[in-house]
Design a protein around this ligand. Structure first.
Ligand code: PMP
Length: 355
């Protein structure tokens, strides 16, 4: 029986995507060949790559606005340094909202000066800093839109006159934003897009080519753009599955449609976390709570054994919190049906009844 999968990533994908992906592995488009055994230069795969790139821009509302979409490898972790390699000449500003922001900062420091404009480290990253300003004399400002581990999410982004770079690994395609505000967006595929193994980078071309250092080919966004994201053999399977998921999202009505569903799922769960006397949310300020990853704790660990038993019995998977936070984390990415969230809420209510 299929589990209710609250895993933080790699994570749930739409059932139709799993089915179509499995078919393509056996026999791609009735060609008598598996998707995995055809050349990445074949017409069939070039079409897949082009469609995935086009859908990314279309869904973000960035078509014909000077942006290029790339499907690269090395995960979001490689983007931590590629961003700095390509954009950091002297000084960059970073907002530190968690483990992933901190890792991005660490890499950027190898390339120049980093100004940390604000940090929520003082409270184990359980809030989003608000009153900070982006200095005008930096090469770019970097932030993480959704903090997968701590369950916080930026609801607004600063206005400034420097390029805005954002790690959207765990909430891309989940909510409406004015994406044209951003100059570079990156996201590992393994949350709202596809399997691990490829990273979407959406970059405004005009911000590139301004640093004086030489950039190795594989790390140079301009090289990847020049080769239509085929400088070397791309991750064919992750790109194909991402394309399927983006088609699924488009058919559903795009980001606006999924956002409504995501809001309903998050409301359902957070209402229960706040109502149920046995639980408390990890993120105290409601406006900072993530709609993708809800982090919460039992107020009294005496209930842990029973709660763990109940959710396992209810066929739920992946609810344990990250080791740096503890407690529980329910990840509710785009493909998660609201029915699964309802099952979790019922388990929480059952625990209360039995307590
Ligand atoms: N940024 C965020 C927000 C993430 O959630 C993750 C992974 N969970 C990463 C970066 C790192 O991604 P990767 O493992 O693909 O390098």
């Amino acid at each position: 029986m299929k589990k209710h999968n609250f895993s933080a990533g790699p994570c749930i994908l739409p059932p139709s995507v799993f089915e179509d992906a499995a078919l393509a592995v056996k026999d791609y488009d009735n060609s008598g060949l598996s998707l995995l055994e055809i050349s990445h230069r074949s017409k069939a795969f070039v079409q897949v790559m082009e469609r995935a790139r086009e859908l990314s821009l279309e869904l973000l509302g960035l078509k014909d606005k000077g942006y290029k979409a790339l499907f690269l490898q090395g995960g979001a972790s490689l983007e931590f340094l590629m961003v700095a390699y390509n954009l950091l000449e002297k000084k960059a500003a970073y907002l530190n909202t968690g483990t992933w922001s901190s890792k991005a900062i660490k890499e950027a420091k190898l390339f120049g000066e980093v100004v940390e404009v604000a940090s929520s480290k003082d409270a184990n990253f359980n809030y989003i800093p608000k009153n900070y300003t982006v200095p005008p004399n930096v090469d770019y400002f970097h932030c993480t839109s959704n903090n997968t581990i701590f369950g916080t999410q930026l609801k607004s982004f600063p206005d400034s006159n420097v390029p805005l770079v954002c790690d959207m690994s765990s909430d891309i395609f989940s909510r409406s934003l004015d994406f044209s505000k951003f100059d570079l967006i990156y996201a590992g595929a393994q949350k709202n897009m596809g399997p691990a193994g490829t990273t979407l980078v959406v970059v405004k071309e005009e911000i590139l080519g301004k640093v004086s250092r030489e950039i190795p080919s594989m790390l140079d966004y301009k090289v990847h753009i020049g080769k239509d994201s085929m400088f070397n053999t791309p991750a064919v399977f992750p790109v194909y599955v991402s394309m399927l998921t983006l088609e699924w999202l488009k058919e559903l009505g795009g980001i606006k449609a999924i956002e409504k569903l995501n809001n309903k799922k998050a409301e359902l769960l957070y209402n229960e976390i706040d109502r149920n006397p046995l639980f408390e949310g990890f993120v105290p300020h409601k406006e900072d709570r993530s709609n993708m990853n809800a982090t919460f704790n039992l107020k009294d660990d005496a209930h842990k054994e029973n709660f763990d038993l109940l959710w396992n019995k209810a066929n739920i998977n992946g609810l344990n919190g990250h080791r740096s936070v503890g407690g529980y984390r329910a990840s509710m990415y785009n493909a998660m049906p609201i029915e699964s969230v309802q099952v979790l809420v019922e388990v929480m209510q059952e625990l209360e009844k039995n307590a």
